[in-house]
Design a protein around this ligand. Structure first.
Ligand SMILES: C[S@@+](CC[C@H](N)C(=O)[O-])C[C@H]1O[C@@H](n2cnc3c(N)ncnc32)[C@H](O)[C@@H]1O
Length: 219
């Protein structure tokens, strides 16, 4: 019942988007454990979603927490334009990566990164971590939801699906998908001045190897 009402809400929010994009958003809603990510944020304060796409996560977060200040950023200008022009009834802001300078330092309580790093070569992750670090308040929380390389059968399903999305259909703008290990995520958080608070598997009931990493800004 909750799922149906959230799908109806998303379809209302995205009523100005072409049907194909609305269907894409509904599928994206169904394949990701959104509640577990939203559980990490709180009723007030502010969240920056890096690699926000069409803003699906922010719309769901705003529905649960209406007072939350929500900003999304993405390097795909096409998606940002679609989000800006379509989501007019919900108070969520969107900016393109080229406007990242507009984001004031130390202003966000939470930064979320959901299924973005797998399409960014690891030597460029530091750019995303650095944006998150700059924008978070002291003691602010970074929440990462990505897919990892185990178990292998889930890895292959995910890899095949993401290769189609990134390289064939070009729904997602990014590099060839790479699903890293849990240890690699933990080491990268540490190397980029985040203190790991929690790591959790979220793949139960999903054929995708979802994992979540929650970390605090280290200094
Ligand atoms: C699979 S989509 C996920 C979208 C959204 N986070 C979600 O969970 O539904 C990956 C998104 O990350 C964005 N992205 C990839 N690399 C990025 C980067 N370096 N900076 C900002 N956005 C990026 C892509 O444009 C795309 O919208």
């Amino acid at each position: 019942m909750k799922r149906l009402s959230e799908i109806a809400y998303l379809l209302r929010c995205y009523k100005r988007l072409p049907l194909r994009t609305r269907l894409f958003v509904v599928v994206r809603y169904l394949v990701c454990p959104w509640d577990d990510i939203i559980d990490q944020i709180s009723d007030s304060g502010s969240v920056l979603d890096i690699g926000c796409g069409h803003g699906l996560f922010l719309l769901l977060a705003k529905r649960r927490f209406p007072r939350l200040n929500c900003v999304g950023i993405d390097h795909d200008i096409r998606k940002i334009r679609l989000a800006v022009t379509s989501v007019r009834d919900v108070n969520v802001s969107f900016v393109a990566n080229t406007e990242a300078g507009q984001l004031k330092p130390s202003t966000f309580d939470f930064v979320t990164v959901s299924d973005v790093l797998y399409s960014v070569p690891p030597h460029r992750w530091a750019e995303i971590f650095s944006l998150a670090h700059r924008c978070l308040k002291p003691n602010g929380v970074l929440i990462i939801k990505e897919t990892v390389e185990k178990p292998k059968w889930k890895y292959y399903i995910c890899l095949a699906q993401e290769t189609v999305a990134l390289k064939i259909l070009k729904y997602t703008k990014g590099h060839s998908p790479r699903l890293e290990s849990v240890e690699f995520y933990l080491s990268q958080l540490d190397a980029n001045d985040f203190v790991i608070r929690e790591h959790r598997r979220l793949d139960s009931g999903y054929p995708w190897p979802h994992h979540m990493f929650v970390a605090k800004k280290g200094w």
